[in-house]
Design a protein around this ligand. Structure first.
Ligand code: TA6
Length: 277
């Protein structure tokens, strides 16, 4: 019997959250039966490739990595169920996933680590609480971490994203040149791939599913990546439909502009709250 690979949090009223243990990737978040996340119709679920959509877990590296795959191994490794879904007194549903070093991870990144990833499904919110622990007695390690969230939208050209004004950003569509955001809301009408630094703790994305707003609150994730591949790069991805780019926007909370430096015996915690408004 194949071990389970998918965990479902069911809060009732067709509000659910589905996690694939491959990368602890949240692959669905339905609020009153409305899907909030984008997963490509061409996503590959072979237990090897990162799932194209949902919320891939980027760790210990954001971007290209000389020791292993782009965006690190967190999103392409099988996580453990630390705590199966449990209904809390509040009516919310909680589950905890965990990852620790292995021969596979140490072959790329020779450090011991413990990662716990707690998800809480509330009526119209999804809470993420993450802890990274360094169990070593003498080794310090540094890492990036980012939740690579693909939001489902009717038409990305109608979305506005707040919380970026005045922020410095690295523009990966312009050879990594650095600019400052002057707009109070960011819109997307072309290939967009930007690492905004020291952004607001809160972003609002307008015109998500059902014309609603999505509120993102983040703690200890100082940066925000905004990505849409647009047509040409959509065509370059075999696990992404050529016609899918208008229906998604990535707004990614992360600690990527500078690494987290974790001393022996200490832990780093970060969290995110997504709320349908
Ligand atoms: O988060 C934006 C980004 O870094 C883009 O540069 C693009 O590479 C995207 O991630 C997807 O990366 P992937 O390795 O999943 O194809």
């Amino acid at each position: 019997m194949a071990a389970t690979s998918v965990v479902v949090l069911d809060r009732g009223n067709n509000t659910t959250c589905t996690i694939n243990l491959h990368g602890a990737t949240v692959v669905s978040w339905r609020v009153n039966n409305q899907e909030q996340l984008f997963v490509s119709k061409q996503a590959i679920f072979d237990g090897k490739k990162a799932i194209r959509g949902g919320i891939p877990f980027v760790f210990p590296q954001f971007g290209p990595w000389s020791f292993g795959p782009q965006h690190g191994f967190g999103r392409i490794i099988r996580w453990n169920i630390e705590k199966a879904p449990e209904r809390l007194a509040s009516g919310d549903v909680e589950a905890i996933f965990s990852l620790m070093d292995s021969d596979f991870s140490r072959s790329m990144w020779n450090f011991q680590f413990r990662l716990t990833y707690r998800l809480i499904l509330r009526e119209k919110e999804l809470h993420f609480n993450i802890a990274v622990f360094n169990p070593s007695k003498d080794l310090t390690f540094s890492f990036n971490m980012l939740l690579h969230t693909y939001f489902k939208v009717p038409d990305v050209r109608r979305c506005q994203i707040t919380g970026l004004q005045g922020c410095t950003f690295v523009d990966k569509t312009r050879d990594g040149a650095v600019y400052q955001e002057t707009r109070d809301v960011v819109t997307i009408n072309e290939w967009t791939d930007r690492i905004y630094q020291n952004t607001s703790q809160e972003h609002i994305i307008t015109n998500v599913v059902s014309g609603r707003k999505m509120r993102i609150q983040k703690y200890n994730f100082p940066d925000t990546v905004i990505w849409n591949p647009w047509l040409d790069r959509a065509k370059d991805m075999s696990d992404f439909g050529d016609d899918e780019y208008p229906n998604m926007v990535c707004v990614e909370a992360g600690h990527v502009s500078s690494p987290v430096i974790l001393l022996p015996g200490t832990a780093f915690e970060a969290s995110q709250i997504l709320q349908v408004m």
